[in-house]
Design a binder for this molecule. Structure first.
Ligand code: ADP
Ligand code: ADP
Length: 237
């Protein structure tokens, strides 16, 4: 469970990007965060794994106070949380399977990924993750030979191989064409249902949010202006 309790966040320049956020997300929910560019979606998402610090209120994940985590504890905590970006963040000059294997032992991952030095068990696990997102046949292809949609699926497989409890996805379909965007949203939906992984996804396409997520949170100028089931969104947010 993710719990925001009167959370605010000011950037060092004094700009208040989050204002008194109260939000509870249960394990296994699929939540789309919608709002205009600059509304605070990305900031909100990035407080959950402490890529950004909050400046007021409290934020807990399964009862753990995120702001209290230090060093090894913080690294362990972050391993339970997968992060997906708009730009995929793959090492494009190496094979797909090595990109998925990068989720293992992050400190060594870059060199290991380049040379593919991993235990067999990890390799099987990586292949399984690729199978879950439907691109097992691309495992030994160089990442830069894939389409945008396929690259985003590799990023998703890399996150799955880390066995996350939560996946945070920051505009994961923003750079994809409409058909591919739907396929990737379908992947998130399936992973959410089949694996009970909590998914929080920032998206500026309201129609995709309504179609695939089960709950929609609308943000405007750093504050929550809507929170409810996707099926009940009628008016413009
Ligand atoms: P969104 O993801 O909804 O586009 P962001 O969370 O990226 O919005 O940004 C929210 C607001 O915070 C924007 O007005 C943005 O300019 C501002 N902002 C983002 N990062 C910083 C920063 N490092 N310092 C100051 N302001 C920032
Ligand atoms: P993107 O289009 O990739 O979401 P952003 O607009 O969020 O890019 O900004 C990229 C970087 O610039 C981020 O690190 C963000 O925190 C920072 N940033 C965004 N807006 C501001 C701002 N108003 N002042 C300072 N830094 C900002």
């Amino acid at each position: 469970m993710i719990e925001f309790n009167h959370v605010s966040k000011k950037y060092p320049n004094g700009f208040e990007a989050l204002k008194d956020i109260n939000l509870t997300i249960e394990q296994g929910e699929f939540v789309a965060i919608i709002g205009l560019s600059g509304a605070g979606k990305s900031t909100l998402l990035r407080t959950i794994n402490r890529m950004h610090d909050i400046t007021e209120g409290s934020l807990t994940v399964d009862g753990t106070d995120v702001m209290q985590l230090r060093g090894g504890e913080l690294r362990g905590f972050r391993r339970k949380i997968g992060m997906i970006f708009q730009s995929f963040n793959l090492v494009t000059r190496t094979r797909v399977i090595n990109n998925v294997l990068m989720s293992k032992v992050p400190e060594l991952s870059f060199f290991r990924a380049l040379f593919g030095i991993y235990p067999k068990e990890d390799k099987l696990n990586a292949l399984e993750a690729l199978d879950k997102v439907g691109i097992l046949d691309k495992a030994f292809v160089r990442a830069d030979q894939l389409s945008g949609g396929q690259q985003q699926r590799v990023a998703l497989a890399r996150t799955l191989a880390q066995n996350p409890q939560i996946i945070l996805a920051d505009e994961p379909v923003a750079s994809l064409d409409p058909v591919t965007a739907k396929q990737v949203m379908g992947d998130f939906q399936r992973i959410n249902k089949e694996m009970n992984i909590t998914i929080l996804l920032n998206i500026h396409h309201v129609d995709l949010a309504l179609q695939y997520a089960s709950r929609v949170v609308g943000i405007r100028s750093g504050a929550i202006v809507y929170d409810g089931p996707a099926s009940e969104v009628t008016e413009e947010i």
